[in-house]
Design a protein around this ligand. Structure first.
Ligand SMILES: [Zn+2]
Ligand SMILES: [Zn+2]
Length: 258
């Protein structure tokens, strides 16, 4: 009987190799970013790898903007006078080239291979930032947009981040209030006005926050950081919990519009 089981497991291993071999013949592994065929299936070709820019470690800790090494961790000139509501801001990548393509593919075409590769590559840095005590809060999207796309991208990001860092996500705590027009269609001033009252906490938020560890921090998670208005107003709602509030985005534009 044991011999038969060993034989069967050898057979299924051989079968798996055969299926994988056939799959590679039919669909050679391609770069997840530019689709170019690859010899090894590590997901990213050398050209794209060179174009993927990590958001530098030398930043203003408060707002996350780039700073010369000698001035990091800030505060930067802007934060000296107008700091955002969050205590810290971190981004993983610059919104550029293959990173931008991967995010657009994910959001517009539902193809998440590139984004998953980017998150996997960032796991060592993520583990240094986020601890298992922390709670991840996806930036809530307006209901009309979620109905239209059927997806909540920030919530999906939180789910992946929670799995790789051992932390938890909580989608109920931070809420969107009312309906607002799409942020991307608005200027910086209009964005801020639009977002000023866009976020709130759920009514029973104390029951959620009181159950957390005394070391817990809240992380507001979004896909792209542009002017910082969305993060600031979401953080302004979240600081009512009296917990430290940090912001994490997958990518960040170099645009300083706020
Ligand atoms: Zn490529
Ligand atoms: Zn700053």
């Amino acid at each position: 009987m044991t011999g038969m089981l060993v034989g069967m497991s050898e057979l299924s291993t051989k079968l798996a190799h055969m299926v994988n071999g056939a799959r590679h013949l039919l669909f050679p592994p391609g770069c997840l970013f530019c689709r170019k065929a690859l010899d090894e299936s590590d997901g990213c070709c050398p050209d794209c790898l060179q174009e993927i820019l990590i958001w530098p470690a030398s930043t203003c800790l408060r707002c996350g903007s780039m700073l010369p090494l000698a001035l990091a961790p800030g505060p930067c000139g802007h934060c000296l006078h107008h700091p955002p509501a969050q205590q810290q801001t971190h981004s993983l990548y610059q919104y550029h080239g293959p990173v931008r393509d991967a995010i657009l593919n994910w959001k517009l075409a539902g193809q998440d291979g590139g984004v998953r590769w980017l998150l996997q590559a960032a796991v060592p840095s993520l583990k240094q930032l986020i601890t298992p005590d922390d709670l991840l809060l996806p930036i809530p999207a307006p209901l009309s947009r979620m109905r239209k796309s059927g997806q909540h991208h920030a919530a999906n990001l939180c789910r992946w981040l929670a799995t790789s860092t051992g932390s938890r996500m909580e989608w109920r705590l931070l809420r969107r209030i009312g309906e607002q027009p799409r942020q991307s269609a608005l200027s910086g001033v209009a964005r801020r006005k639009n977002l000023c009252k866009a976020f709130g906490l759920c009514d029973d938020y104390p029951s959620i926050t009181q159950a957390l560890s005394p070391h817990a921090r809240l992380w507001i998670v979004d896909d792209i950081f542009t002017t910082g208005s969305t993060a600031h107003y979401a953080a302004r709602a979240a600081i009512k919990t009296k917990l430290p509030v940090h912001v994490l985005t997958l990518a960040r534009t170099q645009h300083q519009g706020s």
